[in-house]
Write a protein that binds this ligand. Structure first.
Ligand SMILES: Cc1cc2nc3c(=O)[nH]c(=O)nc-3n(C[C@H](O)[C@H](O)[C@H](O)COP(=O)(O)O)c2cc1C
Ligand code: SF4
Length: 472
């Protein structure tokens, strides 16, 4: 499946990109030339609390669906983290989502942090540090997968906070499917405290209290229809954040805290590439950061309130992302080619890139003292370094987050920072095989461009799955 949108590869110059952006009516800053040495905006350090972050690239959390059934890293996980270190980025945001308890794993191969896995997580950290630049700042992303939990097999075992008219239907949940009780929520909060304490003892510099991509932390923010302590008012919907953060401060006072936030959303999209029709009239009460009267439109009023809460909690490190990979991947990770469970892009993927950049810029200008990492740059391909430099130079963002491109070309940041020639053959072309793999119970990796995955048994299986899909 491919879309009818222009391939970026057909735009050979920065000027051609600018013309294309003008035609699309969007604003993405782009520099004509990359600056090197001390002149480079991408080489300027940032002070974040007790950390000095020595350059402006961040490696985004990237799961591989390749841990052991009991939540420990495999050889593939170690390889990925070694690549993260080798990237040259000064900030490693989480490595990947690590579950705080078994039942909250997004898949049976997700990493877990508990007494049983502690030594293995320590080894993972050391593996990364062996290849990373001196002074790298390394956090761990802590998660509970909530509605998207699949801890034991591909079979969903959702832990939900409220009834969602579209997602409950997709998951086939009966009307009496149980909600997590406030008591259950308190138990999960304690798991976050315990896991964060362990992360500190292992030596991680910070933990990310994940609030994105439809997982539990994010679902709290849209729990408008939930009653009890954790739903309804803004105060209640952010109680989880506060109780997690305050408890971590009590058990690991020197551990820095960070939050990755889906700062806007949209309604779930159907296979046709159009928004699902709403059975219930607006206002839509099932997404955070959208206009309830027109829920395909971002509205950052509450995300601004959320960032104000982070500031009050002394959390300065934020990573802005959007939506969820299961229901609206086009706003979350813009791509020309959809994953097997996705849909053809309903807009030029550059529009998705611009939307995330613009929202991040607006939030940064509102909270200049906070450190913002931006997302969704991989689609920019060869233009990524030029856009990154312009965005940092112009104050749109403090650090540029690198997601999929880290799987295809781990050393991109290092090559840009050191003024080396860039390896065109390794730029991510957004084929989405790193998502199609896990959707079909295979590990994630860059199957088209990383020889290790291309030649693997899983690579053969993935090609067979894609061939069969093409013929059907
Ligand atoms: C295979 C894969 C695994 C991912 N794993 C995580 C994860 O564990 N935690 C997270 O917050 N985001 C995860 N993401 C989202 C990325 O961090 C990032 O937000 C997204 O890919 C968009 O950035 P990009 O355009 O640079 O790829 C994952 C994305 C992909 C493709
Ligand atoms: S499989 Fe490789 S080329 Fe395709 S989206 Fe993932 S990283 Fe990019």
């Amino acid at each position: 499946m491919s879309s009818g949108f222009a391939h970026l590869g057909s735009l050979h110059t920065v000027e051609a990109l600018r013309t294309h952006l003008r035609k699309l009516g969007i604003d993405i800053p782009v520099d004509d030339e990359l600056l090197t040495g001390s002149e480079s905006p991408l080489r300027q350090p940032i002070q974040a609390g007790r950390f000095s972050i020595s350059n402006r690239f961040t490696i985004q959390p990237m799961e591989g669906w390749d841990g052991t059934p009991d939540g420990r890293p495999s050889a593939l996980t170690l390889r990925r983290w070694e690549h993260f270190g080798r990237s040259g980025a000064a900030l490693i945001w989480g490595g990947e989502a690590v579950a705080v308890r078994h039942e909250g794993r997004a898949n049976p191969n997700q990493l877990l942090l508990n007494e049983h896995t502690r030594a293995d997580l320590a080894r993972l950290r050391e593996t990364l540090l062996r290849t990373a630049p001196t002074g790298v700042v390394l956090g761990l992303q802590l998660t509970h997968s909530g509605r998207f939990s699949r801890p034991n097999s591909r079979q969903p075992e959702p832990r939900i906070l409220y009834r969602h008219p579209i997602l409950d239907r997709r998951l086939g949940l009966p009307a009496d499917y149980p909600l997590l009780t406030d008591g259950d929520v308190r138990g999960i909060i304690e798991d976050f405290h315990r896991a964060a304490r362990m992360a500190w003892e292992i030596g991680f510099d910070f933990v990310d209290i994940k609030h994105c991509h439809g997982y539990l932390g994010h679902e709290f923010l849209s729990a408008y229809t939930r009653s009890g302590d954790y739903g309804g008012s803004f105060e209640n919907r952010t109680r989880f954040l506060r109780e997690v953060a305050e408890g971590i401060r009590a058990v690991a006072p020197q551990l820095e805290l960070a939050v990755r936030l889906s700062a806007f959303d949209t309604i779930p999209y159907a296979k046709s590439g159009t928004p699902e029709s709403l059975e219930e009239p607006t206002p839509y009460r099932f997404a955070f950061g959208v206009n309830p009267l027109n829920p395909v439109e971002p509205d950052v009023t509450e995300p601004i309130q959320f960032l104000t809460s982070l500031r009050e909690l002394g959390i300065r490190l934020v990573n802005i992302t959007a939506g969820t990979p299961y229901t609206n991947p086009h706003i979350q990770r813009p791509a020309l080619f959809p994953p097997s469970d996705g849909y053809l892009p309903p807009e030029d993927p550059l529009v998705g890139v611009a939307r995330q950049m613009e929202v991040t810029r607006a939030l940064k200008s509102r909270f200049p003292e906070m450190i913002f990492v931006g997302t969704a740059y991989s689609y920019l391909q060869e233009f990524l370094p030029y856009v990154s430099q312009a965005a940092v130079r112009g104050g749109w963002v403090d650090s540029v987050g690198l997601g999929r491109i880290t799987l295809s070309y781990p050393e991109l940041a290092r090559d840009v920072l050191e003024g080396r020639p860039l390896d065109r053959k390794r730029f991510c072309r957004t084929f989405s095989d790193c998502t199609t793999g896990p959707r079909n119970a295979l590990p994630s990796g860059c199957y088209p461009l990383d020889e290790h995955y291309k030649k693997s048994e899983a690579g053969k299986q993935l090609r067979a799955i894609k061939d069969a899909a093409r013929k059907s």
